[in-house]
Write a protein that binds this ligand. Sequence first.
Ligand SMILES: [Zn+2]
Ligand SMILES: [Zn+2]
Length: 306
Amino acid sequence: MADQRAPGIQDTITNKLALIDSLLPFCSCGLHQKISFVCKEVNCIKHQLQPYYCLDCMEKYHMHPQKNITTYFDEYEKKWETLFFDIMKAKEKLDEWKSRMNEVIDLVIKKNGRTPHIFLQQWGDFENLILIFLLEKEEKGRAKMENNFDQYVQTLIKIEELQNKFDRLDQIQHGINDQTLNLAFKQNLLDLELQDILSFRSAESIYKVMKFQLNNRLESLLGDIDCDGIQSFESFSRDIDRINGFLLVNIDKFDLHQAHLLRFDMLDYKMQFKLKLQASEMDPLKLRILHVFYRKQGFPNPQEYI
Ligand SMILES: [Zn+2]
Ligand SMILES: [Zn+2]
């Protein structure tokens, strides 16, 4: 309200202390006073003996700038909040990316086998960190609710350790997107064969891996020569025709074998991509009838003939 006096800092601290009164223990001095301060001065003679103290002890022993216990708690709680927010944001991005790229990731992980992989390692560490974080957060809440001061403080300061763990997960922290996926799994993606790629149900997954492989090969073939790679899902076929035309016109500038091999593979990918798209656009009943028809005709894979 406008006419009400704004509370002073001391009022606010007193109010806050009153709110957590039952959590705060009595000071070690024996004067039956609740602790109000925390000693953060490593050079203070009482630093080790009396990390938390009352108003009387402040005047007698702790001759240094004071840190109120409520401010101290607030600072740590803020760190918990910030890390919780950052972890959840990273998790959301990871989940979103995982749901979109599920098939590719599963196959890459399967193919990767037991080979050490920094991204997969960090991914596992991140999932562990989430579990630990949530358990500790719960423990912190419980200790506070049960007025267990020692347990509360012990858990509260664990945030530093948790933050360090999160800071080390640079691949997870910097945000997950298709680019980081490509970087993290570059060799695994390049090693996928056409039949692996065609095993994906989603046309988007097929496009992503095909584009990555072809653009990568095109880049190493081009060297200093300028030619845009495949640009988008919609322009996939047109881009391939454009690149193919460019390679043909400039064929004498390239390693012949490599250039032709890339051209043939591009045309093959283009055709397979088109077939896959057509198949995915057909309604399931029609597809089922075609399956039966082609099976009767002795064709093992109807998609090749659609
Ligand atoms: Zn005291
Ligand atoms: Zn002190």
